[in-house]
Design a protein around this ligand. Structure first.
Ligand code: ZN
Length: 125
């Protein structure tokens, strides 16, 4: 992959990272009304609460899973940025083949080619 292309992906990755960091800040703002620790305590005692509390904690769980997912993506972005530095960016970590550029443009932090991604997903099921 040429230097220009690498720079393009690096820019994409940095932009994506900034977007996620802003998102996470937004989620933290939303959670300020009750501190995360207090509300986590609620979840562990959930079974003794009436049904209306369930909906409340489901909503919280959803924002948690978004935060977890975004944290994972941040990690993947950092990995991809360091792969750009060492020159292994754009190669599948499993089979070593080049990852299709269309795929990289859509998910610049991916480390698997489409085939290996499919394999990985079918193993999870
Ligand atoms: Zn592969």
């Amino acid at each position: 992959m040429g230097k220009k292309e690498l720079e393009k992906y690096q820019e994409l990755l940095i932009k994506e990272k900034e977007r996620i960091l802003e998102d996470i800040e937004g989620l933290e703002e939303n959670n300020k009304s009750g501190s995360i620790q207090d509300r986590t305590g609620d979840i562990s005692r959930m079974s003794t609460h009436p049904a209306d509390r369930v909906a409340d904690s489901m909503e919280l769980e959803q924002s948690y899973s978004i935060a977890t997912m975004e944290g994972e993506i941040l990690y993947l972005i950092d990995e991809a940025l360091s792969r750009i530095k060492v020159g292994s960016f754009g190669k599948c970590m499993v089979c070593g083949k080049k990852i299709a550029e269309k795929r990289l443009e859509a998910i610049p932090y991916t480390k698997l080619c489409l085939d290996c991604q499919r394999d990985a997903e079918s193993e999870e099921v």
